[in-house]
Design a protein around this ligand. Structure first.
Ligand SMILES: Cc1ncc(COP(=O)(O)O)c(C=O)c1O
Length: 462
């Protein structure tokens, strides 16, 4: 007999079991307060007590068009009447094939061979291993090409390979002995350079840094991996414009493959389907995840060029030696197909444009706040960076956890977002309404106000 308490647990039981048994990602479990989501609708998450929270970061940057989209729900239900899962090893399933064709049509340039995995880290891992294997067996093999170039403060996931190319001290330093060495370039963030540096000079400076590394080491380098335009986990740091274009030119010139990690920037959030398209760049690998299923089900894809793919043809020993059990899962694939349909809907595009303008106005008003150092925005991805000294750009001491405090304050007021060091990230579903976005903006301002005032009084000598 099934234990009834598992079928209809009370809210108290759920919270207790959550604390006792559920080990959460990137969460200090010693101070964790249970928050158990029971259902959702549109941009709203509802907990087991019936409280609702505006999902201001799209459930960790993946819920693209709001929760409970009827077309996506229906597509998954219909697929359940056919098959929930079949493998991608040596066979295909209908929705995964259609999705591969559709992604190939949407992807920049000639990218057209889709390899599925289940999460973003794996999509990057796939690209790294494909690049390595490519050089072992391409037409003119260069087996000494075993190194990677990656950027400072990069984040590409938490598996050993994807973490090796990551460069965020507080996430990656502990694991250093386990990770492989990479050639690391400083983050191409123009704010690192003297204030009088023009944008063009900044771009040239960062590209010159890259070219030096390429001149010295290109014969050992299999690939360069980059988050195009925006380094998300670094705190939504924007690259110097033109940098990506220059990276493509240099990697082509020095015979190095280019891996574009669009796990955050893909699927319209920046105003183009893929961020690479802002600079007319076609990488050798495009890594996709998160929003690909509208935030419904785990799916990721690495799309490779015909040149890369051709090196894996020929004898069976040339096959790509890698695979994930649930890669190309048909339920996830239909969710992705239904999401793509919605993403191309005129109303969605119009709402995106209007909300992007509205968000710009909200950010502009926040810039007047003395403890807001800077705001950044591209489409519906935005960051608000806090400063401890009014009018300057000065981090709060790490132990103050300033942005985490603001997020906590916001949660009390019914809006859920996550901090990145001193940065507050705003990345709502593209379907957010004008009123909901205004609410998010109001709560954000009130919460910054409350927290920075109380910190100022804690810090003051009187
Ligand atoms: C740019 C980027 N790449 C890869 C990943 C890893 O994706 P996942 O968490 O699905 O493994 C993330 C996650 O935030 C990311 O921001």
């Amino acid at each position: 007999m099934a234990d009834k308490s598992f079928q209809t647990p009370t809210s108290e039981q759920l919270c207790q079991w959550d604390i006792d048994h559920f080990w959460h990602a990137f969460t200090p479990m010693a101070s964790y307060t249970p928050l158990v989501i029971d259902r959702a609708q549109g941009v709203w998450l509802y907990d087991t007590e019936g409280n609702r929270y505006l999902d201001g970061v799209s459930s960790m940057w993946c819920n693209l068009l709001g929760h409970r989209q009827s077309a996506v729900d229906a597509a998954i239900r219909d697929q359940l009447d056919r098959v929930a899962h079949s493998t991608s090893l040596g066979m295909a399933n209908t929705p995964a094939v259609v999705l591969a064709k559709r992604l190939a049509d949407l992807a920049p340039g000639d990218l057209q061979h889709v390899f599925y995995a289940s999460d973003g880290s794996s999509a990057v891992e796939v690209a790294l291993k494909m690049a390595y294997q490519y050089w072992q067996q391409c037409e003119k093999p260069q087996p000494q090409k075993t190194k990677y170039i990656a950027l400072g403060q990069a984040y590409h996931g938490d598996t050993i390979g994807s973490a090796s190319v990551g460069g965020i001290e507080r996430f990656h330093a502990l694991f250093k002995p386990l990770l492989f060495d990479v050639l690391r370039l400083p983050i191409p963030d123009p704010r690192r350079l003297p204030p009088e540096t023009s944008i063009e000079e900044a771009t040239q400076h960062f590209l010159a840094e890259l070219e030096q590394v390429l001149i010295a080491d290109h014969q050992q380098v299999a690939a360069l991996v980059v988050e195009p335009l925006i380094q998300a986990a670094a705190g939504m740091v924007f690259h110097a414009p033109g940098y990506l274009r220059g990276v493509r030119e240099l990697t082509d010139r020095y015979d190095v493959l280019l891996i574009a990690d669009e796990i955050v920037t893909g699927f319209g959030r920046t105003g183009q389907m893929f961020a690479c398209q802002h600079e007319q760049v076609t990488p050798d690998f495009l890594c996709l995840g998160k929003s690909i299923t509208g935030g419904y089900l785990p799916l990721a894809a690495t799309i490779a060029s015909p040149n890369v793919y051709s090196a894996f043809l020929g004898p069976a020993t040339n096959s790509f030696l890698h695979g994930h059990t649930y890669g190309g899962n048909p339920l996830a694939a239909v969710a992705a197909l239904a999401t793509l349909d919605l993403l191309q809907d005129q109303d969605v595009i119009e709402n995106f444009n209007l909300r992007t303008e509205q968000l710009a106005a909200i950010l502009k008003s926040l810039q007047n706040h003395p403890h807001v150092a800077e705001t950044r925005q591209m489409g519906l991805i935005a960051a608000v960076e806090l400063t401890s000294v009014a009018g300057e750009h000065q981090s709060y001491p790490i132990e103050v956890q300033i942005a985490a405090q603001v997020c906590k304050e916001m949660l009390h007021r019914g809006v859920w977002i996550r901090p990145l060091r001193d940065v507050l990230v705003i990345m709502p579903p593209l379907s957010i309404t004008a009123d909901e976005l205004q609410l998010l903006g109001d709560v954000l301002l009130e919460s910054i106000e409350t927290v920075t005032q109380s910190e100022a009084s804690v810090g003051s000598p009187t």
